[in-house]
Write a protein that binds this ligand. Structure first.
Ligand SMILES: [Zn+2]
Length: 694
């Protein structure tokens, strides 16, 4: 057990203010987390003895167990994503099972479960607010889904499955991380770098230098050598711009077979994941894992999801066939064979984009310096939601690139804050972008703890004297994560369990994020984000028109790609037999016949790096992106109907959005929240119209 030395001044044990990120070291983790779990276990046992079927006598007491985890465990998970190291990983993995064990202990507490059921059937129920009722109901359902009704051997088996799934998840994502790090492609022939955008030259030369520290002649962007990896900031532009098809093939094959062989092979893990989830579903009395997932979602059942896929697929297929035809013709017109390989698609699609819209990512980047984008985004938030945002610099952070901002309402009152970790940092930061809660809004004895969000992106970092110049996609990503952040920060709910994004059904949680992306195509908003980093000149009108026209470029193909991910996921978790003849990859191939105009490679193993559904919590839930996109497109269309260029109408509609979707969070069913904002149920017309497919 921990001795006093390891606990004194341990930054993970503070319980007020902001977490002290700069002070946290891997050696703090094990003693602090063990202490927190032990203390919480003792308190939980004491609460269980005094339970009463009232709010104060049950959840009112249990809420008090959360803050130590919020300060002592959440930051560890956060640093695991943004400041990974061997030491941190070992410490994290040492205590993870103990935290999972405590979570199970609390969610499977029979006295609590019985008391909450009494509360739901007792006299106090009708006096609880809707938010409180949702929390109780969700907690009962959660308890039932975590095996509360199971006894004896079944209960033991269930707990063992949960532990194994949690370890599998960590193992799966470590394999992807390590496999991504293990691969690189050094380009030494200057001819192979012809036609590359400058950002790719810069990043790949820097990447080569990081890998070859002791050489006499370092790489330069102009003359190389250049080092390409499977990290998206290098992989994506390389696939779009490298003229050497053989090199593209090498990189593409490495990408779609990541973590599929040797020590880092995720294949056996996938089989175990699916078998364990299936077994878990049966133990709980469901037919399959998809039913377990949908038990707490907005979508009513698998049939409704299949119908959504079918509607979107039929609207997208012909467009995708035309997309492929277009790039084949272009390839032929440049004197090449019409044979189109999967590793050619991104390259020729990018050539056609240049042809049609004649601009490149690199032409746009200089107009999107990070500071200008951020300033424009903050002003938009002011117009829409009447908030002002100010940077604060005296805050403890985990890396010098990280910033901290305070959010104030129209009266100047401080209502929330957020950390922003903007740049790609492949050596210790997970890829992709995400929003996470740092601190949730909660009210204790009249004291309000304000919500604090983490916004994490992986955009192009500054280089030498050049500031971070964002690609258009990176701008959209920032808007997306800010949308999540707004729901976390602008919540008005006082109960942490359904404040902000907490308690929001998964398939409705992407509503605010995807909603925010729409603003990147609104002319005045977009222009306000731009200012050439050398001249200050806004994005030229003609260039904006091209960006807007390019928005729906290959929309059918993009739609089908997302549908394949979603269909594979829901099918693996409903109709798939882990002991049957068809492998998960074969199933993916079979479904791809409906969604991939150009067949996948037979050896495609992209499921082995499909972190969303194996280590990211989206199991039988990937469909949520499209489900929520229908909601978000329809929500944005309310602003279009009000008149995007009418400031008063925008402010009024913005206030209604803030007071419903952003403020209510998980305190009401998402269908009711949506109707409160939109005045009716969601319709698919807007998503099809926005993507040029309907
Ligand atoms: Zn999102």
């Amino acid at each position: 057990m921990a001795d006093a030395d390891q606990l004194a001044n341990n930054p993970l044990l503070k319980t007020s203010g902001l977490p002290d990120f700069a002070a946290i070291r891997p050696e703090h983790i094990v003693p602090a987390v063990r202490y927190i779990v032990k203390d919480a276990t003792e308190k939980l046992e004491a609460i269980e003895k005094e339970l009463a079927p009232t709010w104060e006598g049950s959840l009112g007491q249990l809420e008090k167990l959360d803050p130590p985890f919020e300060y002592g465990w959440k930051p560890v998970g956060h640093l695991f994503g943004v400041l990974n190291s061997d030491e941190l990983r070992v410490a994290y993995e040492t205590v993870l099972p103990e935290v999972v064990q405590f979570g199970l202990r609390a969610s499977q507490s029979e006295p609590i479960y019985r008391t909450l059921k009494q509360l739901r059937e007792g006299p106090e129920w009708s006096r609880l607010s809707e938010a409180q009722q949702r929390i109780v109901t969700d907690r009962i359902k959660g308890a039932e889904l975590s095996g509360i009704a199971l006894t004896g051997e079944k209960r033991e088996r269930f707990n063992a499955i949960e532990q194994q799934l949690s370890q599998l998840s960590t193992e799966f994502s470590n394999h992807v991380l390590d496999a991504t790090k293990a691969f690189s492609l050094d380009i030494t022939n200057a001819g192979d770098a012809e036609g590359w955008p400058n950002t790719l030259r810069n990043l790949s030369a820097k990447s080569w230098n990081t890998a070859h520290k002791d050489v006499a002649t370092p790489a330069t962007p102009a003359n190389g050598p250049w080092r390409i990896t499977l990290e998206p900031p290098l992989f994506t532009p390389f696939m779009e711009h490298c003229r050497n098809g053989a090199l593209r093939e090498t990189l593409y094959r490495a990408f779609v077979t990541r973590a599929s062989s040797g020590e880092l092979n995720n294949d056996p893990l996938i089989t175990r994941f699916l078998a364990l989830r299936q077994e878990k579903a049966k133990l709980l009395g469901y037919q399959n894992f998809a039913e377990v997932s949908l038990a707490r979602k907005m979508a009513p059942n698998v049939t409704a999801i299949r119908k959504m896929f079918a509607d979107l697929r039929s609207a997208a297929w012909d467009a995708a066939v035309r997309d492929l035809d277009d790039i084949r013709k272009l390839k032929e017109s440049r004197g090449e064979s019409s044979q189109m390989n999967v590793w050619d698609v991104a390259f020729w699609a990018e050539r056609l984009r240049e042809d049609r819209y004649s601009y490149t990512d690199d032409e746009l980047r200089p107009y999107f310096p990070f500071e200008k984008v951020l300033d424009g985004l903050f002003q938009l938030l002011g117009r829409l939601f009447e908030v002002t945002i100010q940077q604060q610099t005296d805050v403890s952070i985990w890396h010098p690139d990280v910033r901290f901002y305070r959010v104030h309402d129209a009266t100047g009152q401080h209502i929330a804050s957020f950390f922003l970790d903007p740049y790609s940092r492949p050596e210790n930061k997970r890829g992709g972008a995400w929003m996470d809660d740092c601190l949730g809004r909660r009210v204790t004895n009249g004291h309000v703890q304000l919500p604090v969000a983490h916004l994490v992106c992986n955009q192009t970092p500054p280089h030498g004297e050049t500031p971070s110049l964002m690609s258009f996609r990176e701008v959209e990503t920032l808007f997306h994560e800010m949308g999540h952040g707004l729901q976390h920060m602008l919540t008005k709910v006082d109960f942490a369990d359904c404040a902000g994004i907490n308690g929001v059904e998964w398939d409705a949680v992407e509503l605010p994020s995807q909603f925010m992306e729409n603003w990147c195509y609104h002319r005045p908003t977009l222009l306000s984000l731009t200012g050439h980093y050398q001249t200050g000149e806004p994005l030229p009108e003609a260039l904006f028109e091209k960006v807007r026209a390019a928005k729906n470029y290959r929309a059918g193909s993009m739609m089908l790609r997302q549908l394949l991910f979603g269909m594979t996921d829901i099918t693996l978790h409903s109709d798939f037999d882990p002991n049957g003849k068809e492998t998960p990859h074969e199933l993916n191939q079979r479904l791809s016949q409906q969604t991939s105009v150009l067949p996948l490679l037979p050896e495609d193993r992209s499921l082995c790096s499909f972190q969303h559904i194996f280590s990211g919590g989206y199991a039988a839930g990937y469909y949520s992106y499209k489900w929520a996109e229908i909601l978000s497109a329809d929500a944005f269309s309310a602003f279009e109907e009000a008149g995007l260029d009418n400031p008063t109408a925008i402010q009024q509609t913005g206030r209604r959005f803030r007071d419903t979707v952003l403020a209510l969070g998980g305190s009401r069913h998402p269908m009711q929240v949506f109707q409160a904002f939109r005045g009716r149920e969601p319709q698919v017309a807007a998503i099809l119209r926005h993507s040029g497919l309907g």
